[in-house]
Write a protein that binds this ligand. Sequence first.
Ligand SMILES: Cc1cc2nc3c(=O)[nH]c(=O)nc-3n(C[C@H](O)[C@H](O)[C@H](O)COP(=O)(O)OP(=O)(O)OC[C@H]3O[C@@H](n4cnc5c(N)ncnc54)[C@H](O)[C@@H]3O)c2cc1C
Length: 474
Amino acid sequence: MYDVVIIGAGITGTMLARDLSRYKLKVALIDKENDIADGATMANSAIVHTGYDPEDGTLKALLNPEGARIYDTLLDDLGCRYRTAGAYIAACGPEEEAHLDVLADRADRRGIPYEWLTGDEARRNEPNLNDQVTKVLNFYTTKIIYPWEVAIACAEVAVGNGVELYLNSPCTGIDKTESGYTVHTPEHDFETKLIVNAAGVCADQINAMVGKPRFEMRPKKGEYFVIDNNVHYVDHIIFPVPSAKGKGVLAVPTVYGNTLIGPNSDYIASTTDTGSSFQGLDYVRTNIVRIMKNAPLNRSIRNFAGLRPSSSVSDFIIEEAADAPGFVNAASIESPGLASAPAVSKYIIENILRDKLEWTENPDAVMTRERPVVMAELSEEERAEMIRKNPLYGRIICRCEQISEGEIVDCIRRPCGAHTVKGVKKRVRPGMGRCQGGFCEPRVLAILARELNISPLDVVLDSKASRILCQENR
Ligand SMILES: Cc1cc2nc3c(=O)[nH]c(=O)nc-3n(C[C@H](O)[C@H](O)[C@H](O)COP(=O)(O)OP(=O)(O)OC[C@H]3O[C@@H](n4cnc5c(N)ncnc54)[C@H](O)[C@@H]3O)c2cc1C
């Protein structure tokens, strides 16, 4: 009998799995996909918002500032990459400046630091800021992260402490039992006392398996341009003043030196359509000019889209279902879900699960993760020493991002290691550069086949069905 089954291994589910793994609890984390963090956690702006934006009185307003504060130490504990880039909210004219006052007032009440800049002061730091920008609110503690790296790190810690991870395990049904629930997946049935539904855009389907529909997921697509990392465009995250449609089209530096330009925000009927569209990208193209000039869209190396797990409720839904005791929704986790995740997990444990389980600390639990080797971050001497110990660190597989075979092998052999080409790309980045895998992908495929001891024909790009090679040639 499991104590908790978590459905969904995005940032919400993995963060909770890590926090539960501190205790002597039997926990399963299940996901329908072939890797951790393949949903919204994979495709977003990667910003740890400080928490000035959510409306007063919402769960978002409660959990976003706290989540951001927890990240201050958590990212180092998990050995994850981040940069404190700072976020400029750029106002054009008196009407928008008045809205900055609202944000500053919220920030004051929530203890979030900021500074005011005139348009000219901001342009001195960010020369590509538009000439129409008159005033800027700088939330200088705002961080950028690699969101799926954080989810993978949480899963590694959780699994290291005994949480069981089941990939390729879509929850297909849930039955009520005397002592809890049975969660059905094609290959396993999980008897459990409690369920946490962290299924992102599919959370309403999971909720409907146990009780009355309480909310409807309404995925909102956001599309981006990824600008080559040899173009220096911005140092800070640059936002327009937020509107009813969301945070608007932004320019965001990434921790690896690219710039993201986007996203749009369009409701779509599908929970799986992450394709880019002409209309979506055109919206980004025409709206970035509100606050930025010289947008280097001609240096885009890729487009991508993510689906926000938005719903009929305009706030996070984090509660035990009234008609299904022991079934907890962590649903409608749209932005700032990434920034709030550590606090969402804490809230679920403290406010919902606390009275339902026995909380004995596991003395052997290790809550931190050692940072994987990143050769590009080391000094020449350190690199030479690594290569002396293991020559695979000297064999560059990805020319664009300078990633060695040693780093790829490490990410395959780690707990919750990569077993797909995209899994390797997510963990150590071959294929993220200018050639988008044109040169390195066949070599990554060969390394995966060797390390997993499978035929190259059985190596997949991402899902179990996404084989890359169809037959041997002569
Ligand atoms: C365009 C865009 C920009 C964003 N920018 C930011 C930002 O800058 N900062 C920020 O804080 N937030 C941002 N967000 C929001 C953030 O990405 C989400 O709030 C967060 O990733 C939600 O995580 P999650 O784990 O709840 O959902 P997901 O990451 O979607 O995870 C849900 C998981 O459930 C699994 N699942 C679904 N159905 C089943 C089933 N039947 N059985 C088993 N598993 C199932 C899925 O495979 C998936 O892995 C953005 C989102 C988007 C789309």
